[in-house]
Design a protein around this ligand. Sequence first.
Ligand SMILES: N[C@@H](CCC(=O)N[C@@H](CS)C(=O)NCC(=O)O)C(=O)O
Length: 225
Amino acid sequence: MMQLYIANKNYSSWSMRPWLVLKAFELAFEEIQLNFPCERGEGDFKQRVLEINPNGKVPALLDRGRLVWDSLAICEYLAEQYPEQALWPRDAQQRAWARSISAEMHSGFTDLRSLCGMNIRANLAEVGAKLWQEHAGLRQDVARIEQIWATRPTVGGFLCGEFSIADAFYAPVVTRFMTYALPVSAESQQYMQLVMQHPAMQAWMQAALQEPMWVNYLEPYQSQV
Ligand SMILES: N[C@@H](CCC(=O)N[C@@H](CS)C(=O)NCC(=O)O)C(=O)O
């Protein structure tokens, strides 16, 4: 059976993406969660990741002796291995768009990603309001994401109609928009609700909410009570 190495569900947005794809398409896999240390550099997290992945990061997928790392490479590998399932949309034009917006997320949106780290259990609305006022780059990132979401073919549907890798790539953004209460349109909120209601997303979120681990260096805006 495939093994997916991930980190904490509350914080690890890159882990979330291939995990959602595996769950959403009901592909059998074993999940191996290696938790971030409380303080950077402490504990055996890095050493345990390095034992399976020389680049020292999660997510990483092991399939019959093949190692695949990096969220986008893992999703591409899964799409190739399971051609009977539409992990990418069947339609070539939709597929080109889905690949482009997934790659855009993978390589871009650095202001959103650096200022608003994923933190599912947190409520950082006040922080979000301040960041929104102070960072034009954040506002630009959110505007571009809203533009992408508004371009989806079916109003009220997923990015390419049915759930695909593209939605998995934007799922952590949905949680960030909620955590930081960023001011987005009603149409964007409708897409966010659709993603939140997906059973795979529900499963990830519930597990994240039950995690007791606190990771100091991923909590720049609050201290442990
Ligand atoms: N571009 C990579 C990013 C992977 C990444 O940064 N993973 C983080 C966890 S979300 C990690 O393993 N960090 C540990 C470290 O850098 O020591 C991907 O898409 O998978």
